[in-house]
Design a protein around this ligand. Structure first.
Ligand SMILES: [Zn+2]
Length: 368
């Protein structure tokens, strides 16, 4: 059996499902791309724009974002208007869908030979607790799904209550936690502040893993990224009995030396070696179109992670449909399944199935 530890299904992005207003959703999307890996284009002229057009250039907080009518465009683009001029960014592949039905995700999984997937609930797609509750009720033998709350408000009873409802009523079996969510109050708080202890107590009581999306929250991005990863390591050692998944592998572009070699900082190893942390292998998305299929550079990185961490701390995720930027759905799996010859069949089985099966409580573990 093969389990995709990171996939998506979502209703129309233009419906802003689960958000109080379209503006609130688009602000969360705007902060997500404020320092994009892809070029920003002035639409009318095709000019590559290097000056900052999404923020005031002083930070990544809510109050740093400028009013530019930020929106989802067609063909995988994000669009906005600054000083009367339209700009866009090819954030996703041109075939990126406006919505992704669970039935289409299942068809893709069948095509690639994937039995089950964990659906990640991320701000770009909406606040999808109820939507995902429906999906897993309909397809308990194919999907498990994660809950999402407003991270910056998770000291408040409403957010703790929403998490409890998502798990105990809707049947979601993980928490997706994006540290970028703290932008709502301009990064006034950090996820390991004492005020959030009651929230983490509830996560522990519910017995669910946390799917961490760790990204830089300021400049210089390389240094800030390492700091956030180190913070997660300290947090994990304190909350020893909360299983954590370090999603999205590593941000390749932020860890590259001048010669193009990815150097994993010691702080990363310290965090990833915590007993309760598992690393998601997800390189087609995170290498930023530097490498071509079957990604030998990514295979070399996986070899290092495997050597130092062991297969039981690794799991495979596609991040479909974002992965279409660099690979088809089968290719996002095959660079490990058909390549990575240094992995024994047993270790491949752990990475492609066993680790995820243990961590994620699929509603119907046997059926397929
Ligand atoms: Zn994702």
């Amino acid at each position: 059996m093969i389990i995709d530890a990171h996939a998506h299904a979502f209703p129309s992005l233009h419906d802003h499902v689960g958000y109080a207003s379209p503006e609130e959703h688009m602000r969360a999307a705007q902060v997500h791309v404020v320092a994009p890996s892809q070029p920003v284009i002035e639409t009318a002229t095709g000019r590559v724009v290097t000056e900052q057009t999404l923020s005031d250039g002083k930070g990544m907080g809510w109050s740093n974002m400028v009013e530019v009518n930020f929106r989802y465009g067609e063909f995988g683009r994000m669009e906005w208007t600054r000083d009367g001029k339209d700009h866009h960014l090819q954030m996703f592949a041109p075939n990126f869908p406006e919505s992704l039905a669970p039935e289409k995700m299942i068809a893709l999984m069948d095509y690639a030979g994937v039995e089950k997937a964990m659906l990640h609930n991320a701000h770009m797609y909406g606040m999808l607790n109820d939507y995902y509750g429906e999906v897993i009720r309909k397809y308990p033998h194919r999907f498990a799904a994660s809950a999402q709350i407003h991270e910056a408000d998770c000291d408040k009873p409403e957010q703790i209550g929403e998490l409890t409802r998502a798990v105990e009523v809707l049947g979601l079996t993980a928490l997706h936690f994006q540290i970028e969510g703290f932008f709502r109050y301009d990064f006034r708080d950090k996820f390991d502040d004492a005020k959030f202890d009651p929230f983490w107590e509830e996560v522990r009581r519910l017995g669910i893993p946390v799917l961490w999306n760790v990204r830089p929250l300021g400049a210089p991005r390389e240094r800030n990224y390492v700091e956030q990863v180190a913070r997660l390591g300290k947090w994990a050692r304190r909350w020893k009995d909360i299983p954590s998944v370090f999603t999205h592998g590593v941000h390749v572009g932020l860890l590259m030396d001048a010669g193009g070699r990815v150097v994993i900082p010691e702080e990363f190893w310290e965090t990833l070696e915590a007993d309760n942390i598992t690393l998601e292998l997800l390189f087609p998305v995170m290498q930023g179109n530097r490498w071509d299929y079957p990604f030998p550079e990514a295979q070399a990185l996986i070899r290092d992670f495997h050597k130092r961490l062991g297969a039981s701390k690794l799991l495979w995720g596609s991040d479909y449909p974002t992965s279409e930027r660099a690979a088809t759905y089968p290719q996002s799996l095959d660079y490990i399944r058909k390549h990575c010859d240094f992995l024994s069949p047993l270790d491949k089985d752990r990475i492609l199935c066993g680790t995820a099966a243990e961590l994620y409580k699929f509603p119907d573990p046997k059926g397929a």
